[in-house]
Design a protein around this ligand. Structure first.
Ligand code: NDP
Ligand code: MG
Length: 405
């Protein structure tokens, strides 16, 4: 691709998944700091109108749209708005823009395994990579952190818990380094427990996707909202933390903290526990990732500790949230099993959102798939993509044959 005209004084940003919750929050932080950041590229899957509006406001050089129909409509709308943004069609261009020389920082904000190859491309091109998209780390976190080291890429965790953990570590800590080397004995990974923390177990079979997507503290996309309701999100986050902080899952304790004020903690060898607190607003970790090691005004309202008054903590209920056990078992076995867990989860969550299966069937189907699909101890890109494809096909087939309503 030809080199783009740029202004070298401002940081060039590409946002993968700019129409999603993470993408929109990233643009909101950038909106308040036009002197520091310029948007080089935006990408969308289906939300055409929103992408057009973002292009008109932020004037990126490139917009990538994944499907043909949407691309034509984006081009038409942009032309009539007098925009000079070039529209590229197809998923391959996601990797291309993640590697552009004009791009310094890549926000990985696509949902699911679809973000794997573009995230990898950003890492291999030595970018500052803001990792919100946790699924690629679940699938091949070891390879991604190795590639980051080899290519001098800077990985910065955006998932609020991992961002909090990172903020609690010494400044010289590098993502992918073993936290034991900086004296950390334990990670206390907090989670709100989602919307069904107190719901009687017998009602789990009747909860609707609309109820599951009503998170008590966070506004998020539909997939991660359902993951929060099953606590698979916390399970994926355990695996994510294993790779970002190079530690076994046994050093990571999940703590249910319904207020989501503490975003996670680390316990040092001397018994000190350091926590990061803040409003439940993703603009805080996003601003931190954009500006690190400096700090930036995120535009978020301040915490009023007096109004919060108290903070609660409890252990997660394993009977209510079997996904936590499934995630621990898959990372314990290793190899491509976390990929199979992730792929099965993406398919069942989609089936649940489309009302093809019940909420309580989500962990049951994932457990069955983990027992059926053969896994490999080798974690190469090829093996991971193969395991992902096989697990998706098996899960779809299982739903069709055994569970479809
Ligand atoms: P959303 O569903 O809100 O947004 C997803 C984005 O990815 C959209 O821009 C969407 O495009 C795009 N997209 C969807 N499918 C594809 C595909 N197949 N190929 C290319 N692009 C695609 O998700 P969130 O913003 O909530 O989450 C994004 C990631 O960040 C997830 O991995 C999530 O786990 C993680 N995360 C999110 C948090 C949050 O608060 N939201 C917190 C911590 C982590 P379009 O909308 O145009 O269809
Ligand atoms: Mg999180």
């Amino acid at each position: 691709m030809a080199k783009l005209a740029g202004s070298p004084d401002r940081c060039g940003v590409a946002i993968l998944g700019s129409t999603g919750t993470i993408g929109r929050n990233t643009l909101d932080v950038i909106r308040h700091h036009p002197d520091r950041y310029r948007v080089v590229a935006l990408t969308a899957f289906s939300q055409v109108e929103m992408l057009v509006a973002q292009c008109v406001e932020f004037k990126p050089e490139i917009a990538v749209v994944v499907d043909q129909e949407s691309a034509e409509s984006v081009e038409r709308h942009l032309k009539s708005a007098g925009s000079e943004t070039r529209v590229l069609l197809g998923a391959d261009h996601l990797e291309e823009i993640a590697a552009l020389s004009e791009v310094d920082t890549v926000m990985a904000g696509i949902v699911g395994a679809a973000g794997l190859l573009p995230t990898l491309a950003a890492v291999r091109s030595g970018k500052r990579v803001l990792v919100a998209n946790k699924e690629p780390l679940v699938m091949m976190g070891e390879l991604i952190t190795e590639e980051a080291r080899a290519n001098n890429a800077i990985l910065l965790p955006i998932d609020s818990e991992h961002n909090a953990i990172f903020q609690c570590l010494p400044e010289h800590f590098k993502v992918g380094q073993d936290i034991a080397q900086v004296g950390v004995r334990k990670i206390l990974l907090t989670g709100s427990g989602g919307p069904f923390r107190g719901l009687p177990l017998e009602e789990f079979s009747t909860v609707t996707p609309e109820q599951a997507c009503q998170h008590p503290n966070w506004v998020m996309g539909p997939k991660i909202s359902v993951d929060s309701a099953t606590m698979m999100n916390k399970g994926l986050e355990i695996i994510e933390a294993c790779w970002l902080f190079s530690t076994p899952h046994t050093t990571i304790e999940v703590v249910v903290h319904p207020q989501s004020v503490i975003h996670s903690m680390v316990e040092y060898s001397d018994g000190s526990i350091i926590a990061q607190l803040g409003a439940s607003d993703m603009r805080i970790p996003i601003a931190y990732g954009l500006a690190w090691p400096e700090r930036l005004d995120s535009g978020v309202s301040r915490l009023d500790l007096g109004a919060i008054a108290h903070l609660d903590f409890e252990p997660p209920d394993p009977g209510r949230f079997p996904c936590l056990r499934l995630a621990r078992e898959s990372i314990e076995s290793g190899g491509t099993l976390p990929t199979i867990l992730n792929a099965a989860n993406e398919i069942v969550v989609d089936a649940y959102l489309n009302k093809r299966i019940r909420f309580d069937q989500i962990p049951r189907i994932i457990e069955e798939i983990l027992g059926i699909v053969a896994y490999s101890d080798d974690v190469t890109l090829e093996k991971v993509l193969e395991a992902d494809e096989r697990a998706r096909a098996s899960t779809l087939e299982r739903i069709e044959q055994k569970y479809s309503a």
